[in-house]
Write a protein that binds this ligand. Structure first.
Ligand code: GTP
Ligand code: MG
Length: 297
């Protein structure tokens, strides 16, 4: 008999949920940046332990915060729905910053999300904690309302992940695999490529730009000699953001392009020709039809 279940990751922006999903799955399925609100969609990372006969579907979710626009409101609703459908909630907190009101708010949201499911708390960024800081961080996390168990981890280094994985495997129900064991994510290839390009934008721009940008892959063509041509658009909301993204004599867009091409080549295992175009799409974050089409539901 195999086991298989959904583990919903909840937590404030920037605590390391996506880094943790990548580390557990062992593949770059979710993008990571130092900016809060990196993740916009629910991304399923799939981890299958074929020997143990167990599959965990790790649902990476946007960081929970107060909705400010249509985009964040949709992200918030998605989080609530996904958590209501999970078998286990994995609440990730930032051990370096310690437990705060935002974490307490999320713990309460988890309890209110639906039928009571096990809530496991991962205290992340343990690599940043001194020897005397670990115990208080863990006991604060254990006191969060509804939290059943606490695991100290470093998603970045991989420290502490094996016991967490083992416990999650015990908590999901018996049942058939929901994804082929060789899969690592449910994302379409085009969406993953768009996200990898957006990851470069996030890590190479500042202030309002990261939040204002979306990336759309228009075309992926593989030539006979295996060169892959990817044509993508980077959307900004205003002309001035577009100018910043392009940079002086195109310096910024070429920096983004070089980083993105490397990332796409690593993902596709092939040489890539990347054709990037910056466009203004006013108020895309408030355009309901567009958000539907982008799969941000
Ligand atoms: N030192 C340290 N940094 C980490 C660790 N895990 C994640 N980070 C860093 O924390 C930042 C945020 O990581 P993400 O994985 O994007 O965080 P997130 O919770 O998915 O953020 P949102 O998608 O915005 O909700 C990045 O700069 C990561 O490199 C860790 O274990 N140790
Ligand atoms: Mg994330």
């Amino acid at each position: 008999m195999t086991c298989s279940g959904f583990v919903g990751l909840a937590g404030r922006p920037n605590v390391g949920k996506s880094t943790l999903v990548n580390a557990l799955v062992g593949a770059h399925v979710a993008i990571v940046s130092m900016r809060p609100q990196t993740t916009r969609r629910a991304i399923r990372g799939v981890y299958t332990d074929v020997d143990a006969g167990c599959q965990l579907i790790l649902v990476d979710l946007p960081g929970v915060q107060r909705p400010r626009d249509e985009l964040t409101e949709r992200m918030q609703h998605r989080v609530e729905r996904e958590l209501a459908d999970s078998d286990v909630a994995l609440l990730v907190v930032n051990g370096e910053e310690g437990v705060g009101p935002g974490d307490r708010f999320i713990a309460r949201t988890l309890l209110a999300a639906g039928p009571r499911i096990p809530i496991v708390c991962a205290v992340n960024k343990a690599d940043r904690l001194g020897p005397n800081e670990m115990v208080p961080a863990l006991s604060d996390a254990a006191e969060l309302e509804g939290v059943d168990e606490v695991f100290p981890i470093s998603a970045r280094s991989g420290w502490g992940l094996p016991p967490l994985l083992e416990r999650l495997g015990e908590l999901v129900p018996d049942g058939p695999y929901m994804y082929p064991p060789e899969d690592s994510s449910d994302q379409s290839s085009e969406l993953l490529l768009a996200e990898l390009i957006r990851e470069q934008v996030l890590n190479r721009t500042r202030q309002e730009i990261p939040h204002s940008v979306e990336v759309s892959v228009k075309e992926v063509l593989t030539r006979e000699d295996e060169l892959v041509t990817v044509r993508a658009e980077i959307w900004a909301e205003t002309e001035s953001q577009k100018r910043i993204l392009i940079g002086k004599s195109g310096a910024k867009i070429s920096e983004i392009g070089i980083g993105a091409r490397r990332s796409l080549e690593a993902e596709l295992g092939a040489k890539v020709h990347l054709d990037l175009n910056v466009r203004v799409r006013k108020h895309w974050r408030r355009d309901e039809d567009l958000l539907d089409r982008l799969g941000i539901e």
